[in-house]
Ligand binder design. Structure first.
Ligand code: DHB
Length: 392
């Protein structure tokens, strides 16, 4: 009798362990002008999960609870995070395209002690807002300082146009720092609304100022195509003004919509779907096999892909029993020498991504527009803003 009871208990314990489900709340932008962020994040998460599910410990499953914040809506994002944590009892949060949303969620994850794995949101300060935030995307300082340094070798006078919110201010300050250090002159700067700006009046002002180049940061997506077209229609390209910026303005999936007006646009960024690295070739091939040849992964996709690789590692290491402090330790130690974007790591001190930045130019490859990587502008670069803060 005793023996039967003991084996019954053992099998109940085994069954409970076997039915281990890790709940992951995903908050992203699935509607509105930047809906591409949600689509890219979702596709990357699902593809990684499908290809690697068999590596999870026996009986361990991942459950994704996906919510739409609709764009830069901090109140909505905070409410979604609260519901996911309190009502749905998620053990991890991931996603977040927009900086204001990440800032709004930071106090919520601090209080609840729930790790938040960012797959976009590129303003430097975000990761300082909670010890439970870790970033797998990029910072605008990482791309814009080397962009400014490169631009100083090519142009004397540059004008800037940025989206009027925190990432735009970061892009502006970081670019100016790099550009001025190299001896360049900033001749003007203008800030435009974050969503649905009419670029024509701003670009007319830029044209009249006759800069050698215009540096632009606006959130990636359809808006970048409208910028590119207005730039050409108003004759800025014909007037010899060169368009440059972080890779958000030539995001890979929008290039076919931009058309030839994008040719020659030079950017600095950490990811291009056209990169020749074998790890990237495998990633893009798997993506196109799953989603069709007309779908191209962009920088938001690679961030989500790498984030899911980290989630798999932390789930495997804890055999599905997720505990927040241990999870943060594992995330801080994360490194991957062979991401599709090159070698990456999380800086344990700042919980921010360390990665290469590449100088790229839009060219035609096999008849298709592509961000062709020309050189590494910064190899295994930490966030320059945080490095500068340490010296203060
Ligand atoms: C944000 C940053 C980006 O580079 C982008 O393309 C979209 C949004 C952000 O941090 O809000």
């Amino acid at each position: 009798m005793k023996r039967i009871f003991a084996s019954l208990v053992a099998s109940i314990v085994a069954a409970t362990a076997a039915a281990q489900t890790v709940k992951i709340g995903v908050i992203g932008t699935y509607t509105g002008p930047q809906a591409v962020f949600g689509e890219m994040t979702d596709r990357a998460f699902k593809l990684y999960h499908k290809l690697h599910e068999k590596e999870l410990p026996p009986g361990v499953k991942l459950e994704f609870l996906t919510r739409d914040d609709g764009g830069p809506n901090p109140d909505k994002a905070r409410q979604l995070a609260q519901e996911l944590i309190v009502r749905d009892r998620v053990q991890l949060l991931a996603g977040i395209a927009f900086t204001p949303n990440a800032m709004a969620i930071a106090p919520v994850v601090t209080e609840a002690k729930i790790p938040l794995i960012l797959t976009n949101a590129g303003t430097s300060i975000v990761t300082t807002r909670s010890p439970y935030i870790v970033r797998f995307s990029f910072t605008l300082w990482q791309s814009c300082v080397p962009l400014g340094e490169w631009a100083a070798k090519k142009f004397k006078r540059v004008y800037m146009l940025v989206a009027d919110y925190a990432p735009g201010t970061d892009a502006e300050t970081a670019f100016s720092q790099g550009f001025k250090a190299g001896g360049g002159e900033m001749i003007g700067s203008v800030r435009v609304p974050v969503q649905n700006p009419d670029f024509a009046p701003y670009l007319q002002r830029v044209k009249d100022a006759k800069p050698d180049a215009l540096m632009v940061f606006i959130p990636a997506g359809k808006t970048s195509t409208s910028l590119m077209k207005t730039f050409a229609d108003l004759g800025l390209a014909a007037a010899g003004i060169k368009l440059i910026g972080p890779g958000d303005i030539t995001t890979d999936e929008e290039l076919p919509n931009m058309g030839d007006v994008a040719l020659g646009v030079t950017t600095v960024h950490h990811y291009s779907a056209a990169a020749e690295r074998p790890a990237n070739r495998r990633f893009v091939e798997a993506w196109k096999k799953e989603y069709g040849t007309t779908s191209t992964p962009n920088f938001a996709a690679v961030a989500a892909w790498d984030a899911m690789d980290a989630i798999f590692q932390l789930v495997k290491a804890q055999k599905g029993n997720i505990e927040s402090e241990r999870t943060m330790e594992l995330l801080k130690a994360y490194r991957n020498p062979d991401s599709p974007r090159g070698p990456i790591a999380i800086d344990p001190e700042t919980r921010d991504i360390v990665q290469n930045e590449y100088l790229r130019e839009v060219r035609k490859v096999g008849g298709q527009l592509a961000n062709v990587e020309l050189e590494n502008t910064a190899t295994t670069e930490k966030d320059p803003w945080k490095e500068a803060q340490k010296k203060k």
